[in-house]
Write a protein that binds this ligand. Structure first.
Ligand code: MG
Length: 510
C-alpha cells in the first residue's frame, strides 16, 4: 500500500489537477467523443488558430476579436498552460439564453426535479428558442468557466450543455418569476393561486397524518396547519441552478457508457436574471466584484482543506469508502510505525482545533486528506472537491473510487445589481485558478482599476483589454526558461481564463 501511495503521490504531485496529456486515453478511449476539443465558440477561431493557440512555448494570449461581442461588452482573454497538458483544459461559454414557458405546465407546489424523465436530457439543440416573444418566457445572461483535469472532455461537455440544464430547471418557474419582476418582495405562499393549491395539499396531508380531528388528539387551531415557509423568489433560482449542476453531472455519468468524456472539471458560472447576478461555484475558480475600488468576494474555493470536515465525516459514516487503506483522521504529519503507543496531535471531522491521541495501528494508514495548500489531495489523488465528471476516477493502482467524496453542488451567491449605482470601472471578474494562484485579489483589483482608468470609457473593447492585461500579469514573460511575473515571482504555468464583466451595462439593461 505504501508503495502504491508513494507512487500515486509522485504521479499526482502537482497532481491530477496538473492534468496529463495521456489521460485522454485512460478510460473510454474506444468510444467517440461527445464533442470534439474546441476553444470557446465566442472566440470564433479557425482550426489553424486553435492549433497556433496551443503553443506551450510562446503561450499566445487569445482575446475576443473586435468583430465579436459578448453580452454587456464583457471582456475575455485566455492562455494555454506551459506544457502540463496538450490541450488548454479550461473552457468557457457565454450566451444570452431564453427560457420558454413549458406548454401546458402548471405550477405544482413541492414539485422536484426527480419527477423529470431521463429521456428529456438536454442535447444542446433546439432549446434556445429565439423566435419566441418575451411574453412566452424570460431571458437571462450566462457566463461560464470550466477548468478541466485529466483531459478536456468533461469541461467541453459542460461548456456546451450546462446552460441548457439551467433552462430546463427554470422552465417550470417562468410564470412565477415573471410575476416576481412586478412584485419583487412577494413570496410564493402569498400568491393567491399558490396559496390555495398549498392549502389543499396541506389539508390533505395533515388529514392523512391524522393531525386534524383525529380521535383523542388535542384540539388545535386550524391556522396552524395552513402555515407555510416563506420562500423568496431568488431561492427558486438558486435551487434551479443547484439542480442544473446535479443534472449535468448525472448526464455525464449516464453518457460515459456511450462517449469518451475524459476527466472532470470545476465550474464557475454567472446567471443574470431579473436584476440579480447569481454566481455559482463548484471548484477552485474565483469570482470577485470590484466596486469603486472595493473588493467583494463572490465565491469561495472548494478544496480538500476547505472541505476537510465534510470529507472526514463522510469517511467516518462510510468507512468502506476508504478501502481499508486510508484513515479519516488528520495528523500534522505522516505517522510512523515506531510512534505506535505514543501521543500525537490529530483532528477529527467534528474539530477545528487539535487534540492529542494515542497512536494505534489504524492511524498508520494513509490520511484521507494529505498535503497543504495547492498540494493538498483527497486520497493522494485530486486537489478539488467539487465539480462535474470524474465518475471513473480511482486511487492510483486500486479500486477505490474518489467520486463519492466529490460534490457537484455549487455554492450560489447573489448580488442585487439594482441596489447599487455602478460606474464604468465597476466589474465582476471571473477567472480560473491559473490567475488566482499567482495574483492576490488586491493585485487584481489594483491592476484592473488602474488599467480601466487609463482606457477610453467609451471603448467597448476596454474590458477585453483589461482581461488581456490580467492574463499577461499572471502568465508573465519567459526568462531563463521560466515564466516570471512582477518582483521576479514565478508566473502561472496553468491554463488561465479571465472574464471582465462591466456591471454598469447590467444596470442599463434593466
Ligand atoms: Mg487551473
Amino acid at each position: 500500500m505504501l508503495t502504491r501511495v508513494k507512487s500515486a503521490v509522485a504521479n499526482f504531485m502537482g497532481g491530477i489537477m496538473a492534468g496529463s496529456s495521456g489521460s485522454d486515453h485512460a478510460n473510454g478511449s474506444d468510444l467517440p467523443q461527445r464533442f470534439p476539443y474546441v476553444r470557446p465558440e465566442f472566440l470564433g477561431l479557425s482550426q489553424d488558430e486553435i492549433e497556433c493557440s496551443a503553443d506551450h512555448i510562446a503561450r499566445p494570449i487569445l482575446i475576443l476579436k473586435e468583430t465579436k461581442r459578448l453580452p454587456w461588452t464583457t471582456g475575455y482573454a485566455e492562455v494555454i498552460n506551459a506544457g502540463k497538458s496538450t490541450h488548454n483544459e479550461d473552457q468557457a461559454s457565454c450566451e444570452v439564453m431564453f427560457v420558454k414557458k413549458k406548454a401546458g405546465v402548471q405550477f405544482t407546489p413541492n414539485k422536484t426535479s426527480s419527477t423529470k424523465r431521463r429521456s428529456s436530457l438536454p442535447n444542446g439543440e433546439g432549446l434556445q428558442l429565439k423566435e419566441s416573444s418575451e411574453a412566452d418566457g424570460i431571458t437571462f445572461q450566462y457566463w461560464a468557466l470550466f477548468d478541466g483535469h485529466a483531459g478536456a472532455g468533461a469541461a467541453v461537455v459542460a461548456s456546451k450543455l450546462l446552460q441548457h440544464h439551467i433552462i430546463e430547471q427554470l422552465q417550470d418557474l417562468v410564470d412565477i418569476l415573471k410575476n416576481s419582476a412586478v412584485l419583487p418582495s412577494t413570496c410564493l405562499g402569498e400568491e393567491p393561486e399558490t396559496a390555495s393549491a398549498n392549502s389543499r395539499t396541506l389539508t390533505r396531508a395533515a388529514s392523512l397524518r391524522g393531525a386534524v380531528g383525529a380521535p383523542g388528539s388535542p384540539s388545535m387551531p386550524q391556522a396552524r396547519f395552513f402555515t407555510e415557509k416563506k420562500i423568496q423568489h431568488e431561492c427558486l433560482i438558486i435551487g434551479a441552478i443547484e439542480n442544473a449542476f446535479k443534472e449535468m453531472d448525472l448526464q455525464i455519468e449516464h453518457e460515459r457508457s456511450m462517449y469518451n468524456i475524459s476527466g472532470g472539471c470545476t465550474a464557475l458560472i454567472v446567471v443574470y436574471l431579473l436584476g440579480k447576478l447569481y454566481v455559482a461555484n463548484a471548484g477552485d475558480s474565483r469570482a470577485i466584484i470590484i466596486r469603486n475600488g472595493e473588493i467583494i468576494p463572490m465565491s469561495s474555493e472548494f478544496t480538500p482543506e476547505t472541505e476537510r470536515q465534510r470529507l472526514q465525516y463522510l469517511a467516518f459514516l462510510q468507512p468502506h469508502l476508504l478501502g481499508n487503506e486510508f484513515t479519516h483522521l488528520e495528523f500534522p504529519r505522516r505517522v510512523q510505525r515506531k510512534e505506535l503507543g505514543k501521543m500525537m496531535l490529530f483532528r477529527d471531522f467534528n474539530m477545528t482545533g487539535w487534540a492529542y491521541k494515542t497512536i494505534e495501528d489504524d492511524d498508520l494508514k494513509f490520511p484521507l486528506i494529505y498535503g497543504e495548500g495547492k498540494k493538498a489531495r483527497v486520497m493522494a489523488t485530486i486537489g478539488v472537491t467539487r465539480g462535474l465528471g470524474d465518475h471513473d476516477l480511482k486511487v492510483h493502482d486500486s479500486n477505490i473510487c474518489i467520486k463519492p467524496f466529490l460534490s457537484s453542488i455549487p455554492e450560489v451567491r447573489v448580488y442585487d445589481l439594482m441596489q447599487y449605482e455602478h460606474g464604468t470601472d465597476d466589474v465582476l471578474i471571473l477567472a480560473t485558478d491559473g490567475l488566482w494562484d499567482v495574483l492576490l485579489n488586491e493585485e487584481v483589483s489594483e491592476s484592473v482599476t488602474n488599467f480601466l482608468a487609463n482606457c477610453d470609457p467609451d471603448d467597448p473593447h476596454r474590458y477585453t483589454l483589461a482581461a488581456q492585461d490580467l492574463v499577461m500579469r499572471a502568465r508573465g514573460v519567459l526568462k531563463d526558461r521560466g515564466w516570471r511575473i512582477s518582483n521576479d515571482r514565478l508566473g502561472s504555468g496553468d491554463d488561465i481564463s479571465v472574464y471582465v464583466i462591466p456591471l454598469i451595462n447590467g444596470n442599463k439593461l434593466s
